[in-house]
Design a protein around this ligand. Structure first.
Ligand code: AHR
Length: 519
């Protein structure tokens, strides 16, 4: 039966012995088969799909990254040492800053010069708290050098002029005797910085100015004309694209932007695994309804990417314009214990790691277009990879998932066909097993397997290789999480496949994600 299914699905003929062996004392009931087509390599997985987003929102920047050089919390020039170490371990490739909606009210001049003299501003978007501006252009760009990440600065088109944007870029990148270059030197930075990506606004259909699609495209074209860094810098200018949660028609918005890209090189897209028109899930303490719903919402990224890609193909058949999913992740109810100003703070559980795995697998299947993605957001906000409280830090299951998936950075993906039973809950149905495979930079074949079923284990077979080992992330409950009191409750543990009658067999527990190298 499995043979037939997979043959029908992919036109691949597989032959292997029936599953089941006396040697295997406890045969799981559910079974799936995975076929990897190594003869059909795809476009490489751009490491930037493992990127992050850090906005001036809640405790994302202040307390989460920046505590200041005089803090009692161990720090490197003001950056939390524990967070810097954790991000270095992840090999974070790129971080988008300062927003988000915040970028559309941000005046870069507020965040340069001696900190004591910087103005304190009320944050218009999301919070009514104030921003000290202690973390500004120098602090962001020094931080990027500290952790070795590429820079992605998001400009303000909603409330400032193209000239302001142009001057900001000149301040950061000029290597001449201009007044702005001198000012930067006086403020402590002799060499120009390298800006890798520059966003022309954020969500221009909404917090970026409530623009209609054609108008937004015109504004993008106008602003992008004034962003003119040294050619040797190789700056990629990013047009602010559609969002599914924007209330408007994301297809029409994508169409309008693609028709008139101006001098932008890439297009962005936002999608959150968040219900619309009905209550959001709690981050913890949820039931199976919310488990299935959130995973189903995460899986909707795929048809949406397919639609956006199809529109892009019409205007750009040679696929020269990359798509950056520069905001994605889960969005739950605010944590019950969140203090005032802790906007969008949510705990994270095994469910979030499952969402991240399903999402990365989708990105791996769309490498022809998707060249960057930025999880929202890096620390203390939405689907954070790190949570902090005072001097304590917790690595969330999403962090561990990013760590598990590191071998996929710059790897060459292969199509994977999966014959899997369905996970069904109420009206929601999805394949129980999702998988992705790629040839890593080290030459090894990596396979990621996800079992979305919260109750049933599954035996997954493949004909590839003779041995496989790696790590698995799972937990006893759907909302297993790491808390400040118990920070190591969930983390990856060793996992291996078994060679049986010419197949590799993986016994995947319920609600788990495994990444293995196959030899
Ligand atoms: O990530 C939180 C917010 O979500 C961002 O500021 C905005 O771009 C999006 O709507």
């Amino acid at each position: 039966m499995l043979e037939k299914l997979i043959t029908a699905a992919a036109g691949i003929t597989l032959a292997f012995a029936a599953t089941g062996s006396a040697a295997r004392a406890q045969e799981p009931i559910a079974q799936a088969v995975v076929a990897i087509e190594t003869a059909r390599p795809g476009a490489p997985i751009n490491r930037n799909i493992y990127g992050h987003f850090a906005e001036h929102l809640g405790r994302g920047i202040y307390e989460g990254i920046w505590v200041g050089p005089d803090s009692r919390i161990p720090n490197i020039r003001g950056y939390r040492r524990d967070v810097v170490d954790a991000l270095r371990q992840l090999e974070v490739p790129v971080i988008r800053w300062p927003g988000g909606c915040f970028s559309e009210v941000y005046d870069w001049r507020d965040g340069i010069g001696p900190r004591a003299q910087r103005p304190v501003r009320t944050r218009m978007h999301w919070d009514d708290t104030v921003d000290s501006n202690d973390f500004g252009t120098h602090e962001y760009l020094d931080f990027m050098e500290l952790i070795g990440a590429q820079t992605y600065v998001s400009g303000n088109v909603g409330s400032m002029s193209p000239r302001d944007m142009q001057l900001w870029l000149e301040y950061m990148t000029a290597d001449n005797d201009s007044t702005l270059a001198k000012e930067r030197r006086k403020n402590g930075r002799a060499k120009p910085w390298k800006i890798d990506f520059f966003g022309i606004g954020n969500e221009t259909w909404g917090c970026g100015g409530n623009m209609r699609p054609e108008y937004a495209a015109d504004v993008n074209a106008r602003y992008s004309a004034f962003i003119d860094p040294p050619a040797s810098m190789g700056l990629v200018k990013v047009a602010s694209g559609a969002s599914v949660q924007g209330g408007g028609d994301y297809e029409a918005f994508t169409e309008a932007m693609m028709k008139h890209m101006g001098q932008t090189d890439a297009l962005s897209f936002h999608y959150y695994a968040m219900p619309m028109g009905r209550p959001k899930s709690e981050a913890l303490g949820f039931g199976e309804d919310e488990w299935a719903d959130v995973l189903d919402l995460a899986r909707q990224m795929e048809p949406m990417l397919a639609r956006v890609s199809a529109i892009m193909d019409k205007h750009d058949p040679d696929k020269k314009v990359p798509l950056f999913v520069d905001e994605w992740g889960t969005w739950y109810k605010l944590d019950k214990n969140a203090k005032p100003g802790e906007h969008h703070f949510q705990q994270a559980s095994l469910r979030d790691a499952m969402v991240a795995a399903l999402t990365f697998n989708i990105f791996h299947r769309h490498t022809d277009r998707v060249k960057m993605a930025n999880i929202a957001q890096m620390v203390n906000v939405l689907q954070a990879v790190i949570l902090t409280e005072g001097d304590k830090m917790v690595l969330t299951p999403t962090y561990h998932l990013f760590d598990l998936y590191k071998p996929f950075m710059d790897a060459v993906p292969y199509p994977v066909s999966i014959a899997s039973p369905e996970y069904i809950h109420g009206k929601i149905a999805m394949p129980m097993v999702d998988a992705t495979a790629a040839r890593g930079k080290d030459g090894r074949l990596y396979l990621a397997l996800v079992n979305v079923d919260p109750d049933r284990a599954i035996s997954v077979s493949t004909l590839m290789g003779t041995s496989a080992s790696g790590r698995i992330l799972t937990g006893p409950a759907m909302d297993t999480n790491n808390s400040f009191a118990a920070p190591d409750t969930i983390k990856p543990v060793p996992f291996a496949g078994t060679s049986i009658n010419g197949r590799l067999v993986f016994d995947l527990p319920a609600k788990s994600v495994a990444v293995v190298a196959i030899d």
